[in-house]
Ligand binder design. Sequence first.
Ligand SMILES: *Cc1c(COP(=O)(O)O)cnc(C)c1O
Length: 468
Amino acid sequence: MFSDLHKMPPPYRIKVVEPIPFLSAEERRRALAEAGYNPFNLRADQITIDLLSDSGTGATSAAQEAAAALGDESYAGARSWFRFHDEVGDLTGYRHILPVHQGRAGERILFTSLLKPGQICVSNTHFDTTHANVELAGAHALDLPCPEAADLDSTEPFKGNIDLDALERLLAGPEGHRVGLVLMTITNNGLGAQPVSMANLAATRELCRRHRVPFFLDAARFAENAWLVSQREPAYRDWTPRQIATRAFELADGCVVSLKKDGLSAIGGFIGLRDDDLRAMCEANLIATEGFSTYGGLAGHDLERLAQGLREVVDPAYLQSRAESTAGLARMINEAGVDTVQPPGVHALYLNAGRLLPHLSPHEFPGHSLVCQLYLDGGIRCAELGSLYLGTMDDQHRLVTPAPFELVRLAIPRRVYTDAHLEYVASVLAHIAKEPGRVRGHRIVSSPKLLRHFKVRLEPTPARAVRR
Ligand SMILES: *Cc1c(COP(=O)(O)O)cnc(C)c1O
């Protein structure tokens, strides 16, 4: 790489900037109360550092914007479509590429074509919309993460892997005939941004082949997974991230990809396929619901930005600098006394809020309470991945079954924040960690039945005497 002695700086400099707001503590207190203590209800102009999502939030390059100006908006057969098609085809090796406006549209089209009601879709961990689209197709979503994933502190290199023994038992067992698809999420976003090894992908492919089950990738972060493979899997040390990504796509029968992450663009996605019949089914659905098969709900200028973004995202210097930046934030946070899911991934860090706030029971939502404190103290927005999001509630919105862990996700947008911004985030967390007892719990005031975390409203529970 660039140098073993230095931290890799970002391989770009900043040409266009956007101001960020700094509110007073009183303004933040009022904003959060008006938002019903749910950061999804905050306005972007009330937020200093936005770590809610790495999806569609990245910065584009001068080359992407120059390409966008060349966007061909012809209804069918646009030049921009062919540029996108060739770039994706070259990267993935799939014969058929179907564009979609974002990942979940691809999921809906693929699953309604591929899965039959009553079938099982197996994954290392389904992403939330992926899970929902499997179930909407009438099938059942089953997660089989590897056992190491349950130990948040373990530094095993590939905690995103699927549990191969459990998968083989399922495929060879009485329910085996019901498995309609094995879908590997790279990286495993639902489980701490952990990567999947190439050995795990290859072994899964072999099991799927033996049992005649289609094997697909949910490859939103294919480049970041490839980077972590190049760093952690000795057999791939001398491969470029792009070669590793291409090999991963080659191991699967097809893929569904949200390009709002590693496409380095605000919108986009695609389905990659080898099978001609499946392509025909998906294409009919695509044209009926997304758009003609040479734009799929995207504008020509989007297709241009994406084609260029897919080149830039596999640049080893970019991936090294991004991974080091995230790891550096993890180090600062850990030194301040806040544990994160280990080892650090690339697109996000997951704070162990349950451990930081032992005075709050899961019924008071420690993860969500830390999310609120990060906003109150620093104008930082992020999201809970704990009992508020994943727990089960009774009719009075009381927690019945807590989530296994109380986590908070800090998602890092691509090419947006400098290390100075991340140092600021770490210092706000360090301030909270000095006196965690002052973080107040929360209870639900009102909540929708479906997709609770987006629209739920809460209030703080009464403050307690601080224990020393
Ligand atoms: C974001 C994401 C999706 C859904 O994609 P959208 O573009 O948000 O619709 C699916 N799977 C994974 C792993 C994701 O991260």
